[in-house]
Write a protein that binds this ligand. Structure first.
Ligand SMILES: Nc1ncnc2c1ncn2[C@@H]1O[C@H](COP(=O)(O)OP(=O)(O)O)[C@@H](O)[C@H]1O
Ligand SMILES: [Mg+2]
Length: 270
């Protein structure tokens, strides 16, 4: 029984591809025979609706888990993707940071809830997910810090545009703080280039600039700008189901395989 690997998908900028990567990496990992739980930590709930589910769909919500200490199990729902379960977001999540702002242990609410859930699940079923992915909100607030506390590693999507590296040092500082204060084992799985447009010289310049600056921290797989990726969420599907052979789906499959190799978790396709 291999350990569950929890990955926080983080970047305080909005619109860089966090949610798109959360949904499609989760689905691509599931297609590779992994069991995956996706936690939608963003009050906007785009990962939830992108998988065809609704915010606040459960009696117990993620807000209740983070603020009231309810069990995470009550929030987990199935998706149409075999092997992939989801903790939907809910509208109240935007109030969660304020509600726990002064509480003791406010940075480890999610970590504790997730650990309890995985342990109980293992006791009850004899197995637990291979991966937990956490789709973070576009800010470095308490919710993101909770994700950084709960995670084993961090994946940082960077959009191939001129300001790609802007804000990265602040993000790295936050990761460092999480490491020192609550999570010494936290590592960066990689920085991932996305929305790469091969017809656009700027994309190329940004990609090589980022590689020059960050070296081996940059993953090999680059996600292209692909209209099928942008269309898929309105059908409530990951791109790997919406159009399995499009460039975007192939790229997310390659990303899943690259991470599986890094983590020594290859199993073969589902
Ligand atoms: N590789 C891609 N190709 C085309 N559109 C993309 C791609 N990745 C993301 N998008 C689109 O860009 C927008 C922002 O992406 P999103 O994943 O929601 O970013 P974030 O979660 O970081 O705010 C969305 O409309 C999404 O559909
Ligand atoms: Mg998002």
């Amino acid at each position: 029984m291999s350990k569950t690997r929890t990955i926080a998908i983080v970047n305080q900028k909005g619109g860089v591809g966090k949610t798109t990567t959360s949904i499609n990496l989760a689905a691509a990992l599931a297609k590779q025979g992994q069991t995956v739980l996706l936690i939608d930590l963003d009050p906007q709930g785009n990962a939830t609706t992108g998988l065809g589910r609704q915010r606040g769909a459960t009696n117990v919500t993620l807000y209740d888990v983070i603020v009231e200490g309810e069990a995470l199990a009550g929030t987990v729902v199935d998706t149409d993707v075999p092997g992939l379960t989801l903790v939907p977001s809910d509208m109240d999540m935007s109030g969660a940071e304020l509600a726990i702002g002064n509480e003791v242990g406010r940075t480890i609410r999610l970590k504790t809830a997730l650990a309890d859930y995985l342990e109980t699940l293992f006791e009850q079923t004899g197995s637990k997910p291979d991966y937990v992915l956490i789709d973070c909100p576009p800010a470095l607030g308490l919710l993101t810090v909770n994700a950084l506390s709960a995670a084993r590693s961090v994946l940082v999507p960077l959009q191939c545009e001129f300001y790609a590296l802007e804000g990265l040092s602040q993000l790295l500082k936050t990761i460092e703080v999480a490491k020192v204060s609550v999570n010494p084992d936290l590592v960066i799985d990689g920085v991932m280039l996305t929305m790469y447009d091969r017809r656009n010289r700027l994309s190329d310049n940004v990609a090589s600039d980022v590689r020059k600056h960050l070296g081996r921290a940059v993953l090999k797989t680059v996600i292209p700008r692909n209209v099928r990726i942008a269309e898929a969420p309105s059908f409530g599907q990951p791109v790997t189901d919406y159009d399995p052979t499009c460039k975007g789906a192939l790229a997310y499959t390659a990303l899943a395989k690259e991470l599986l190799n890094r983590h020594g978790k290859n199993k073969g396709e589902r």
